[in-house]
Design a protein around this ligand. Structure first.
Ligand code: PGA
Length: 249
C-alpha cells in the first residue's frame, strides 16, 4: 500500500520568521502519524528553519521548490542539490508548472534536475500537467506522458530511486478550479500505467499526488479518489490553520 503524501508548496511565501511561526503552530497541532508523510516545500531561505523544526519528526519532512542541476559554480541566484541536502531538504520539487510556464523550464532541464537530485540522494517529485488549451485540444494524456518520460529520461536505475509524481493541471493551479475526482483519477491511471511500462512493479510503489486548488473542503474527496496517493497544495498551505485541516484529513 502506498502511504499518502500531503505536500505543502508555499511558493514565494513565508520567509524564515513566518516559517518559524508556521512550524511552531503546525507541529503543535499535528501529532505524529505513521499513516502518512507530510512534506513542506518552503522558499529556499526558509529551508533551514523548516528542517530544524522537523528534525525530531520522521513523519514531517522538508523539501526545496527548485534546484539547479550543477553541483556548484557560476550560476548566480541558484541553489544546487547537495546544498539543499546540506540545508536539510529531503525532497526536491521538479518541473512545477510555475517553473515551466513562468520561468520557461523545459523537459530537458527537468530531466537534469531529477538526475541531480538523485545523485545528491534526495527524493524528487516530478510535476506534470496540461494547460487549458492542451486539454481542450485533447492532448492531456500525450502531454503528461511525454513530460513523465522526458523528465525521468536522464536518471539511471529508476527502479531504486526515491521519487514521486504530481499531476497538476495548469488551469487548476491558483484558479479555484479543480479537476473532478474522476478526471484526476483518469490521468493518474495513465501515469501509473506508463510507470509500470517503464519500471515494472516498482511503478506500483510510486506515489502520484494531485495538485491544483486543493483546499480543506475538496481535499478529502480528491484524496479518496482511485490512484490519488496524495495532494500537493499551494495557496491553502501557506497558513498553519488551513494546512492543519488538510494534512490531518
Ligand atoms: P494551488 O497551487 O493549490 O494554489 O492551486 C498548487 C501548486 O501549484 O502546487
Amino acid at each position: 500500500m502506498r502511504r499518502p503524501v500531503l505536500a505543502a508548496n508555499w511558493k514565494m511565501n513565508n520567509g524564515p520568521t513566518a516559517a518559524k511561526t508556521f512550524m511552531d503552530a503546525f507541529l503543535a497541532g499535528y501529532k505524529p502519524r505513521t499513516d502518512r508523510t507530510v512534506i513542506i516545500f518552503p522558499p529556499a531561505v526558509s529551508l533551514p528553519t523548516v528542517a530544524a523544526a522537523t528534525s525530531g519528526r520522521s513523519d514531517v519532512i522538508a523539501g526545496i521548490q527548485n534546484i539547479h542541476w550543477a553541483e556548484k559554480g557560476a550560476f548566480t541566484g541558484e541553489v544546487s542539490a547537495p546544498m539543499a541536502a546540506d540545508a536539510g531538504a529531503r525532497v526536491v520539487l521538479v518541473g512545477h508548472s510555475e517553473r515551466r510556464h513562468v520561468f520557461g523550464e523545459t523537459d530537458a532541464q527537468c530531466a537534469k534536475k531529477c538526475l541531480a537530485a538523485s545523485r545528491a540522494k534526495l527524493a524528487f517529485m516530478l510535476c506534470v500537467g496540461e494547460t487549458i488549451q492542451q486539454r481542450e485540444a485533447g492532448e492531456t494524456e500525450s502531454l503528461v506522458t511525454r513530460q513523465l518520460r522526458e523528465g525521468l529520461s536522464q536518471t539511471p536505475n529508476l527502479i531504486s530511486v526515491d521519487f514521486m509524481l504530481a499531476y497538476e493541471p495548469v488551469w487548476a493551479i491558483g484558479t479555484g478550479l479543480t479537476a473532478s475526482a474522476g478526471d484526476a483519477s483518469a490521468i493518474h491511471t495513465v501515469l501509473r500505467s506508463e510507470l509500470s511500462q517503464m519500471i515494472g512493479t516498482r511503478g506500483d510503489e510510486i506515489p502520484i499526488l494531485y495538485g491544483g486548488s486543493v483546499n480543506s473542503t475538496n481535499a478529502a474527496s480528491l484524496l479518496g479518489s482511485p490512484e490519488v496517493d496524495g495532494l500537493l497544495v499551494g495557496g491553502a498551505s501557506v497558513e498553519a490553520s488551513s494546512w492543519l485541516s488538510i494534512a490531518g484529513i
